[in-house]
Design a protein around this ligand. Structure first.
Ligand code: BTN
Length: 271
């Protein structure tokens, strides 16, 4: 990026833009850390941690889904984890990830009004390339102890490691100019707070399904469902109120696909 902008993501910078009250109540900032998800999990040993945001300029051990790593260089992205104590049954936790994806979508679509889509359950893609990934981790016994929502958004990255060079993109890469990160973080916190409050009250995501499906990259596209025991192809038709993907098989039956148990890969990359 030739253009330089003042772009801090420290606690005081984020708080300048923050409108949320529960989410981001406390902000823990690291210039460098292993992984904000790891740090978030350490915080919850004390009390009064619900809504804490952990954010880092650089992660040395950024974690992706399915045991992959997440490239998190300094000065280029938003690497953050939100620590919450949800008051919901344990079988509803997978929906939190769709709530988070829609909150990121709302925050980012103000900047890039067209072409930003959600790949079920929680990747954000633009022009067929991945812009944001979310790794939700939880601990529960009879009820939920905590949930950590780890979000990685490529903002001003000008290059990527070779192995993701073809499939990853950044906001600046698609907009053609550098973008300030702190307002995006603050916006996400407000959007998540609003959506999450409804989700907790209503107990499912039916209230946000229309909006989620409007931006669903997989909708009416062929997908391949990868289960440990077999693989099959079908057409994604939408999402139900529990956040499961509805896939129509070639006999015209609708099969619900649960996130985490299977991986749904679009047949045409991320588009
Ligand atoms: C994915 O594989 O799509 C999920 C990537 C999640 C990356 C974020 S960056 C902030 C948080 N800390 C981590 O170690 N991972 C998540």
């Amino acid at each position: 990026m030739g253009e330089q902008i003042m772009d801090l993501i420290t606690e005081s910078e984020i708080k300048k833009f923050m409108k949320s009250s529960r989410m981001g109540r406390k902000v823990v900032y690291f210039e460098e850390t292993d992984s904000t998800n790891i740090q978030a999990k350490l915080i919850k040993k004390g009390s009064d941690w619900d809504g804490t945001l952990v954010i880092a300029e650089k992660q040395n051990l950024g974690k992706g889904r399915r045991g992959r790593s997440w490239s998190s260089p300094a000065g280029s992205g938003i690497w953050m984890s939100l620590l919450i104590k949800p008051d919901i049954p344990t079988d509803r936790v997978s929906s939190v990830t769709l709530v988070s994806a829609l909150a990121v979508h709302r925050a980012l679509r103000k900047l890039c009004p067209s072409g930003l889509l959600i790949k079920w359950p929680n990747d954000l893609v633009i022009n067929g390339k991945k812009l944001c990934g979310i790794l939700t981790e939880m601990s529960c016994e009879s009820s939920i102890n905590y949930v950590v929502i780890g979000i990685g958004i490529n903002v001003n990255n000008s290059s990527f490691p070779e192995e993701i060079g073809e499939t990853a993109t950044s906001l600046s890469g698609s907009l053609g100019h550098a973008v300030k990160r702190a307002p995006i973080v603050a916006d996400f916190l407000s959007e998540f707070e609003n959506l999450y409050e409804d989700f907790e009250k209503k107990g499912d995501i039916s209230f946000m399904l229309d909006e989620y499906e409007r931006f669903l990259a997989n909708k009416d596209r062929r997908v391949r469902v990868l289960k440990p025991e077999n693989e099959w192809e079908g057409t994604a038709r939408g999402v139900n109120k529990r956040g499961e993907l509805l896939v129509e098989n070639d006999r015209g039956e609708i099969i619900t696909v649960i996130s985490g148990e299977v991986s749904v890969r679009g047949l045409y990359g991320y588009s």
